[in-house]
Design a protein around this ligand. Sequence first.
Ligand code: MG
Length: 288
Amino acid sequence: MELITGTLEKVFEGTIWAEGPVWIPQSQIVRWSDIPNNRILEYSPESGQTREYATAVEFTNGRTLDRDGSVVQCSHGRRRVERDHDGVVSAIVDSFGGHRLNSPNDVVVAKDGTVWFTDPPYGILPGTVEGHEGEQEYGGCYVFRFDPATKELTPVVTDLVHPNGLAFSPDESVLYVADTAGPGRGSPFRVAAYPVGNGTCGAGRTFVELEDDKVSDGFRVDVEGRVWTSAGASVRVYAPDGGLLTAVDIPERVSNLCFGGPDGQDLYLTATTSLYRLRTSTRDTVRP
Ligand code: MG
């Protein structure tokens, strides 16, 4: 069966650096970040229109749905993970051991409601246009698990240089995490895979290593456990064993993607200035 069944469509153009897409079933829209422009956009496939959802948003990046349908998103500027519940934005977590986080980048919510997110420094680096310059206060770039019930924040991955995109396998036995540090910062571009148990991660392994112009930033996992990832100016699909299943060139560098649309089988790509759509024969594990 073909995984990609339609041609590439550009549905919006006008961002500087598009990131953080999520499909919101309740309103049937794609919401995403235009990080340097410090705003959040929404595209409705029904109307074909894009609107500015919010401005002066403190440089939001990745986002996902919580179990109640509200949106959980990362804010570089506020250096926190936060919730947007019908437009009311509130903090979920912003510090680790009394130190501020770096600039949370991407986030997923597990079936038990715990919030797992990556914390590279891109929103606090010198000269950043994606946040505010600042210090790395706790001295690392970790992947964390936050338990809203106990308010406990636990580092679960501490051996990546710049952890970025992340996603669980369908049964949540594996956590995939991209490292976007690159060879210049001491790591190849790669996606690592960690066994998950008892709310933490075991020793990781390299799931796929990518070429220097094919950085994997953000990704999703479909119902069959295949990893759909940005890879430079392309999208790649990997089998659970790491084998490359298919790839599609995209005219611009892709940051991230999400499944959505009325039946969940449309893949939306945030790619630099534009939002693209690709029709697929599958969907992710988040209910449409
Ligand atoms: Mg990212």
